[in-house]
Ligand binder design. Sequence first.
Ligand SMILES: [Zn+2]
Length: 133
Amino acid sequence: MNTERALRFLDLQALVNREIEVYGQASVELADQLTELTDQLTDEEIEYVLEFKTESMKKVNVKALGNQFSIFGNRGNVWSNTAHAYQSGRGNLCGTPALSSNHAAMSGIEEVGCPECLKQIAISGYVQVPLNR
Ligand SMILES: [Zn+2]
């Protein structure tokens, strides 16, 4: 069981998802890497990935992350309950640029709901891990 490979898969998948979200499509290189890695995963590693995803679906109160973190979200994030975890000096954990007004903070939202931010929180045990490590 190669935990590192399973986590690498989650990272790659997050990168591909982010490119699709930001650019409407993922780069061929990234998509190829993901396909290649997917083929290498053992049943046990796939199970680990799925378990990990279930765990990282649980929403987290931003106050539980410590004082380096705050909530960030645009209007869409407020409506869809997908606010990001914003780390001071770095930005949103998922890498989504924090460009708009912070409607999540203005609305008093405390719950991180962005799936990719939650994934990063779950991977790192509340410590930031860059996606592109
Ligand atoms: Zn996020």
